[in-house]
Design a binder for this molecule. Structure first.
Ligand SMILES: *Cc1c(COP(=O)(O)O)cnc(C)c1O
Length: 375
């Protein structure tokens, strides 16, 4: 294996990022709080149009506090998208609650509003509405937020948005992260912007933001004494990482544009291969193409997604299957699921190609795919 490895979604770092990080270091605002933390939060509010932001140690930590603060507690149930990363459901379990999974729709690959409606109607009839609906904005684009928002309003169930993968996406002109009572973002290493590890909670409710800030710093009461009325968490982001996050965030529009260009080049080059269909864009939405994802119909192409993944790996190219649906995970096998066949079909036929790479690297990926198809 001689060719240099091409990664799926490696960090996209600049000289300006390095300067921002070293400036924060030299200022000696290392941790925990400091000016970069407030500036990062303010810039996120400006870019998303949301009133309040709290920078946290990870997207998972942000989800945990978002769910807790909209009222999810022990014994509750939370309706959650099935086609997602485990963190979406793990945070539900951290609250002592149980996830109930909702299938995907084909037009966005995200939560199917029809399935959600069936689940809410049934739960309402049984007098057991969930404590929250957690919608995942998977693969860099929003779900059908008009329908999902309307259902949550109709049934009076709080909506939490897991927008960890969707920073920079919009739906009907509104930013991902601006829907629901609270939303979360992730700045993990493979996300569209990264500060090596970090997350953020967004909300328009000042009181909710203040509670999350308080809980994330060990619920320490203001004042000289170490007084705690509640059990808190050590979930705040460090000022050093916030400086990096702010610098990355300022470059977000360019990063989105470049990922969309990569996606468009794949579609142009590979879209005509038999049985290949690229991820659709949510009606009314503009995604970031965080990952360049596609489906392969084995009947039409004579090739499974697994075979294509093997061929790419043999040429030292990192590609990945889609998320294994959460309702099929052994650790959530006991949880209820509304549908699941669509998510299972997407997962068994889909894969993601590298989405953050040079044109020359993309040429290598395309040639490899064409070769497997005998072109
Ligand atoms: C990455 C991710 C998370 C978790 O974010 P971390 O910052 O890694 O904790 C949560 N949900 C989804 C959908 C993600 O992709």
């Amino acid at each position: 294996m001689s060719a240099e490895r091409i990664y799926l979604s490696p960090p996209d770092m600049s000289e300006a990022d390095l300067v921002a990080l070293t400036d924060a270091f030299r200022s000696n605002w290392i941790a925990p709080v400091g000016p970069a933390l407030a500036a990062f939060e303010a810039e996120m509010c400006r870019q998303t149009g949301v009133g309040h932001a709290v920078a946290l140690a990870s997207g998972t930590a942000a989800l945990h506090l978002a769910l807790k603060e909209v009222g999810v507690g022990p014994g509750d149930r939370v309706f959650c998208s099935s086609l997602s990363f485990a963190a979406s459901a793990n945070a539900v379990v951290y609250c002592g609650a149980e996830p109930v999974f909702i299938d995907s729709e084909r037009s966005s690959w995200n939560m199917d509003p029809q399935r959600l409606e069936d689940a809410l109607r049934e739960a309402d009839a049984a007098g057991a509405l969930p404590a929250a609906v957690e919608v995942v904005q998977a693969y860099g684009q929003c779900a059908d937020m008009a329908a999902i928002g309307e259902l949550c309003t109709r049934y009076g169930v709080p909506l939490v948005e897991d927008a960890a993968e969707a920073l920079g996406a919009t739906y009907r002109g509104r930013a991902a992260g601006s829907f629901g009572r609270a939303a979360v973002l992730s700045f993990n290493g493979n996300k569209i912007i990264t500060c090596s590890g970090g997350g953020m909670l967004l909300t328009d409710e000042a009181a909710l933001a203040a509670r999350v800030r308080y809980l994330s710093t060990q619920a320490r009461e203001p004042g000289r004494e170490y007084l705690h009325r509640e059990v808190g968490y050590n979930y705040r982001l460090s000022n050093l990482l916030a400086a990096l996050g702010l610098s990355q965030l300022r470059a977000l529009p360019g990063k989105v544009a470049r990922r969309r260009e990569v996606f468009a080049r794949y579609v142009e080059r590979l879209g005509g291969l038999p049985g290949v269909t690229f991820m659709p864009e949510t009606p009314g939405g503009t995604g970031t193409r965080w990952l360049s994802s596609l489906l392969i119909d084995a009947g039409a192409s004579g090739l499974t997604s697994g075979q294509l993944l093997d061929a790419l790996e043999a040429e030292n190219i990192e590609a990945r299957p889609l998320w294994r649906p959460l309702h099929t995970q052994p650790c959530f096998a006991h949880c209820r699921s509304y549908g699941g066949e669509v998510a299972e079909e997407l997962a068994s036929t889909g894969l993601s190609l590298p989405s953050q790479l040079t044109e020359a690297q993309q040429e290598r990926v395309c040639r490899c795919v064409e070769k497997v198809f005998g072109r």
